[in-house]
Design a protein. Structure first.
Length: 399
């Protein structure tokens, strides 16, 4: 008997970022000196006070179920953080703690989407967004933000993309992969469209602690009551506290949506890891020195990469305002040849870099830009220098 498997599951694209990172790690394990620019996580250890909180939780037997939406202690701490850092007022029953940011997004779209509902996704986008939307029976609608507009969509573009099926917009600021940050004025214009057209804004603010220079992180839900009602704010401890493996994400939303998400989660995973919740609580209420230290180091690396790439042939980049990624335009390089062969596409470019120069980069066709690569600066400055030297050598050899 030939049983058919889920068409929905078979249509899911594997994560290319995880694939290239795994390939680079495999090569390193085999003794090959690879520089991996694929990292989507800080290269710092989780701060000691946070680790100690987890150890204490174990020693105290905090190893049982918690409420499905997370412990009341942690949800109250998240409310305090939202108020102080994001200027957002949420109560504990508006918070849902999940098994990482991806799980939070999965809960959100499971709670708000019906088959055929459209979700506007600005391009470039984090490659998981369209897959998560499709798994929740939604339809991704892509709106391209070009380099000339610093990879940020305008309110006019957003309004033109709206239809009677538009249910939500995904707004990611600071953005992965571009590192761009939406200003208050840009957010106000987007909020005006969301209120006018009456759709939800899923505001992914996972990189909120990593904003550089004079830029400020602003939560769109903090602008006024009308956009607050329509905003689902999504964040977590992964990036700002170097806790990627702990898998704690959280959302703030209306009580109605939070109740639905909690209900869904109660059947799919139950509560997030109890020990990780204790660690996340310490991250939010404990000393913040480590956050500032990591941010300062990331900013140094960003400045170095910006200067180096600006001096290279055939590629260019807009200096990122946040996160820890450099979004590099390689369109000029794609018109060149290497060893007599035309570089056909971004994947070919990346393959040559990995095989001939032992540098792993992320090809961004899965991020909606087939002429860009993403370089993470969540690796040491020493590795960044070595990797950029190799990329520069490759570019010098293009004809």
């Amino acid at each position: 008997m030939a049983l058919t498997l889920s068409k929905k599951a078979m249509a899911v694209k594997p994560s290319s970022t995880l694939a290239i990172t795994a390939k680079a790690k495999e090569m390193k394990a085999n003794g090959i000196d690879v520089v991996g620019f694929g990292a989507g996580e800080p290269d710092f250890n989780t701060p000691e006070n946070i680790c100690n909180a987890a150890i204490n939780a174990l020693n105290e037997g905090y190893t049982k179920y918690t409420p499905a939406a997370g412990s009341l202690e942690l949800r109250k701490a998240i409310c305090d953080k939202f108020k102080k850092f994001n200027n957002l007022n949420y109560e504990a029953d508006q918070i849902v703690v999940s098994n990482g940011g991806k799980h939070s997004l999965t809960n959100i779209f499971t709670a708000i989407l019906n088959p055929g509902d459209e979700v506007i996704i600005p391009t470039p986008y984090w490659l998981s967004y369209p897959e998560i939307v499709k798994l929740a029976d939604g339809v991704p609608v892509f709106v391209r933000a070009d380099k000339s507009q610093n990879y940020k969509i305008t309110a006019k573009q957003l309004e033109e993309a709206c239809t009677d099926k538009t249910k939500a917009l995904i707004l990611n600021s600071p953005n992965n992969p571009s590192g761009m940050v939406y200003s208050k004025e840009e957010l106000e214009a987007i909020a005006e469209v969301a209120v006018k057209k009456d759709f939800y804004v899923v505001s992914d603010e996972m990189y909120e602690h990593l904003v550089y220079g004079d830029e400020k992180h602003i939560s769109i839900g903090s602008l006024n009551d009308e956009i607050y009602k329509r905003t689902i704010t999504c964040s977590g401890v992964s990036k700002g506290y170097s806790m990627t493996g702990w898998r704690i994400g959280y959302t703030g939303s209306s009580k109605e949506i939070a109740k639905l998400m909690s209900s869904v989660q109660s059947h799919q995973t139950s509560n997030p890891n109890s020990i990780a919740q204790k660690a996340a609580y310490e991250a939010l209420v404990g000393p913040q020195d480590s956050v500032y230290a990591m941010k300062s180091e990331f900013e140094k690396r960003r400045n170095y990469m910006t200067e180096r790439i600006a001096a290279m042939k055939h590629i260019s980049a807009v200096s990122p305002q946040g996160a820890f990624y450099m979004f590099v335009d390689i369109s000029l390089a794609l018109s060149k040849t290497y060893k007599g062969q035309k570089i056909e596409n971004v994947n070919n470019f990346s393959k040559i870099l990995l095989e001939d120069y032992k540098v792993a980069v992320i090809a961004c066709d899965d991020f909606g830009f087939d002429d860009h690569i993403r370089l993470s600066y969540a690796i040491s400055l020493e590795q960044i220098k070595k990797g950029l030297d190799r990329i520069e050598e490759f570019l010098e050899n293009l004809q």
